[in-house]
Design a protein around this ligand. Structure first.
Ligand code: DMJ
Length: 801
């Protein structure tokens, strides 16, 4: 054992010892001070009473805010007035959550619906539409504005439409909250203009990144940059404007690339321009927490397996390095066996809830139990506590995380213990945080001293989760299982995944037309014009020719080069955006009812998207079947064949099943093979000839190869750097005649480059096989099986001995 690892081992043992001793102390304390450890079931009556008490708590805080603080962002519960940015004395960076946009009300809208208070919800929505505006010269936190404001507006929009349908109310509502969230989303977008795609931590609502105060902006936290996707995906899919989702995916991709390749852990703070880590501490609390949460929930909401795979990689790393019994202790991402802190922060209390969602119940129960004991020891969970559960930082701003995990654990297990835990948390809030004007944060859990602060999450999360914990599903107007809770406990429906977001490949020329169309016809790609344009939508109709209504355009008939088709698709509420390198011809389609010309066309759009998905699936299966291979073995490993990807042609015989053509490779002279004959015609006989693309048609090169007696022809691309890995493979077209009888395949430059370098390294000619790629794979598999069998036969006698 090396010195460092033995130190780490001893250190680990010491931590464990401290933990065990500390746990004994805690358990002893808890048992001696609280002999009523919850064991018995809670009656329905008591549970209903607690639900009503949670409701009363909500109104106590909500009314205090509405009557004394609104339209301010927050209530100051001790002075019983509103906290306004630029008016109330500044608290420094902490005030970056405030944008003078009535944050507490926006953050609280969806809780009103969960409580079943449709009258107040309707009233509050009207207030928000009337009073809230975003054109302020204020620097705000991108993360906080997104989770509280964008999330709050979106979820309220979704619920307003839900109530229109299911509660026959709010018929006046026409998507105003969605428009507001779109506007706010646009005001956050300048923050994403960084070389990595990872957003800046702060942005000026009016000036974007042009605010001189933001000139030096560089650093952000992992959670700040990685807690955008749920809201931005919902925003894109509901408005039909892809830009938000595209930016948020890009930020997630960039973050993923920054993980430590050895440990799979993330650091806490990074530079948005260079992508360098500034702080390499890695845990699940402050600075990282909701990045992990959004990886998992993005998979749940959007169904993209990539996010589940990423979450799993991180999760395994956290459980390997950060988790220590029920504790979660920060390590250094690049030296994961070394603990970097000897305390935990209260934000990590969300982790058991996430573990429940991901199906890992046991450690969730353990960590929750540890936290419950910390709570009983100190009345509230302090902002930070040491490994021996002493107070490191005594503040408690009435955070929701522990109650959130309690709720998910109760839903998953049905264990009444969690109802008792919730009761304890509720009664503690009532006894120690309730003041005449709302609920006040606790400045220090040791003294119980209050702070003049009631964060918006007290209403939007803490009390919401308490209310949900004590409610039966039938008490609620919506089925919460059909929603994902964002990190701010806003509700986004799982049906958002069906609103479509699919990437399709068009031929390059088609894609240009698609994008030209997007530039010339009304597009929702720009915020402010769209906002002005929306009321004039019917007015515009005449100025941009429409396809005649009636026959539905099917995905099968759709041609991206047909302007009428593009307009029809647009009317169906489908928008398109080019993704990746334009030369790849990849276009992402987004569908939204909101953008469709009529509901009927919206429905057609949905059908169109489904057909497109089917078609793409079929296309990729067909493509796979048609893919050709140019295979060879190297001198070093003559048994190991390597296959390079190649495309087929429409004019030459197809190689199917176990058919292949084998021969030495030879380059045509001249390489383009467009002349009457070849200088090396004699030599080419019976060989696999290579000719470069260009100067004449594919089929004329094939005819020349056939004329000189070549066994097959490989056409290699003339565009440097092209590759089948990054662009779609295609089949070479002919001229309608079927006089070519030798196989002809196409190779992109990167693949051919590999072949050519092997050819150059050898003294002898290189022998290749031209065949179907699927067949090559089958051939390899069969070979491996044979080798395994031989190996096991050869091992048998030893085993028997
Ligand atoms: C909330 O705004 C969110 O839950 C966020 O993810 C973390 N911090 C607060 C509550 O503590």
């Amino acid at each position: 054992m090396s010195t460092t690892s033995s130190e780490a081992f001893v250190h680990g043992q010491r931590q464990m010892l401290i933990f065990l001793v500390a746990l004994c102390i805690v358990v002893a304390c808890v048992l001696s001070t609280d002999t009523t450890m919850p064991t018995q079931n809670m009656s329905n009556k008591e549970r209903a009473e607690l639900r009503e008490e949670a409701r009363d708590m909500f109104y106590h805080a909500y009314n205090a805010y509405m009557q004394n603080a609104y339209p301010a962002d927050e209530l100051m519960p001790l002075s019983c007035k509103g906290r306004y940015r630029g008016v109330t004395p500044s608290r420094g960076d902490m005030d970056d959550i405030l944008g003078n946009f009535s944050m507490t009300l926006v953050d609280t809208l969806d809780t009103l619906v969960l409580l079943g208070d449709f009258t107040e919800f309707e009233h509050a929505v009207k207030l928000v539409i009337r009073d809230v505006q975003f054109d302020s010269d204020i620097i705000v936190s991108v993360f906080e504005t997104n989770i509280r404001m964008v999330g709050g507006l979106l979820s309220a929009h979704i619920l307003a439409e839900y109530l229109q349908k299911h509660a026959d109310t709010m018929h006046w509502y026409k998507g105003e909250l969605l428009e507001m969230s779109r506007e706010l989303g646009y005001r956050l977008l300048p923050a994403f203009n960084t070389s990595t795609g990872i957003p800046h931590a702060r942005v000026n609502l009016r000036l974007g990144m042009k605010d001189p105060m933001l000139k030096k902006s560089r650093e952000t936290c992992t959670a700040c940059a990685g807690t955008i996707l749920l809201e931005f995906a919902a925003l894109s899919r509901l408005t039909g404007d892809p830009i938000f989702e595209v930016r948020a995916h890009a930020a997630m991709d960039a973050l993923w690339k920054l993980r430590h390749r050895g440990s799979d852990l993330m650091g806490t703070v990074l530079n948005v321009h260079s992508g360098d880590w500034v702080r390499r501490d890695s845990g699940v609390g402050a600075g990282i927490d909701s990045y992990y949460e959004y990886l998992f929930k993005s998979y749940v909401l959007l169904g993209d397996d990539k996010y589940l795979a990423r979450f799993n990689r991180h999760y395994n790393a956290v459980m390997k390095y950060v988790s220590e019994g029920p504790m979660l202790l920060d390590v250094l991402m690049h030296r994961p066996h070394a603990k970097s802190k000897n305390f935990m922060d209260s934000l990590l209390a969300f982790w058991p809830g996430l573990q429940v969602l991901s199906g890992d119940l046991k450690p969730a129960v353990q960590t929750h139990e540890m936290l419950y004991q910390v709570m009983q020891m100190h009345t509230f969970i302090p902002e930070a506590f040491t490994v021996d559960f002493q107070i490191h930082w005594g503040q408690h701003p009435l955070r929701p995380e522990f109650i959130e995990s309690t709720y998910f654990l109760y839903r998953a297990t049905g264990d009444h213990h969690y109802l008792q835990v919730g009761k304890k948390a509720l009664k503690t809030l009532q006894q120690y945080a309730k003041v005449s004007c709302g609920y006040a944060a606790v400045n220090d859990v040791r003294t119980g001293k209050h702070e003049d602060r009631m964060d918006s999450f007290v209403l939007s999360e803490t009390i919401k989760y308490l209310f949900l914990l004590f409610s039966d599903p039938q008490d609620l107007i919506i089925n919460v299982d059909e929603f994902v809770f964002t990190t701010e406990a806003h509700l986004l429906p799982l049906s958002i995944a069906q609103l479509g977001n699919a990437t399709f490949s068009f031929r390059q020329t088609d894609e240009h037309n698609v994008l030209d169309f997007m530039r010339t016809c009304p597009s929702s790609n720009r915020l402010f014009p769209e906002k002005v344009r929306k009321p004039l939508r019917n007015f515009i109709t005449g100025s941009c020719p429409r396809t005649t209504a009636g026959k539905r355009l099917s995905a099968l008939d759709f041609q991206a080069s047909n302007a009428d088709h593009l307009r029809a698709v647009y009317d169906m509420g489908i928008t398109m955006v080019s993704v990746g390198d334009r030369s790849q011809g990849k276009v992402r389609l987004f569908h939204s009812f909101y953008n469709a010309k009529s509901h009927e066309e919206g429905e057609m759009g949905l059908q169109f998207m489904q057909e497109m998905l089917e078609l793409t699936k079929m296309q990729s299966i067909n493509q796979l079947a048609q893919l050709q291979a140019v295979a060879y073995a190297t001198d070093e490993n003559p048994q190991d064949w390597i296959a390079l990807m190649a495309g087929p042609s429409h004019f030459s015989p197809e190689l199917t099943g176990d058919q292949f053509v084998q021969g030495d490779v030879i380059l045509a002279k001249p390489l383009r093979a467009c002349d009457e004959s070849l200088e090396n015609a004699e030599e080419a006989k019976g060989k696999v000839l290579v000719a470069e693309r260009g100067d004449c048609t594919f089929v004329s090169k094939a005819r020349l190869a056939q004329k000189v007696g070549a066994a097959a022809l490989i056409v290699c691309d003339n565009v440097p750097g092209s590759s089948g890995e990054t662009q779609p493979m295609f089949a070479m077209s002919g001229d309608g005649k079927d006089d070519v009888l030798i196989p002809v395949v196409f190779m992109y430059s990167v693949e051919f480059g590999k072949l050519s370098s092997v050819m150059q390294r050898r003294k002898q000619p290189l022998r290749v096989r031209v065949m179907q790629m699927v067949e090559f794979k089958r051939w390899q598999l069969a070979k491996e099986q044979r080798q395994n069998q031989t190996a096991s036969v050869a091992q048998k006698p030893d085993k028997e001995l």
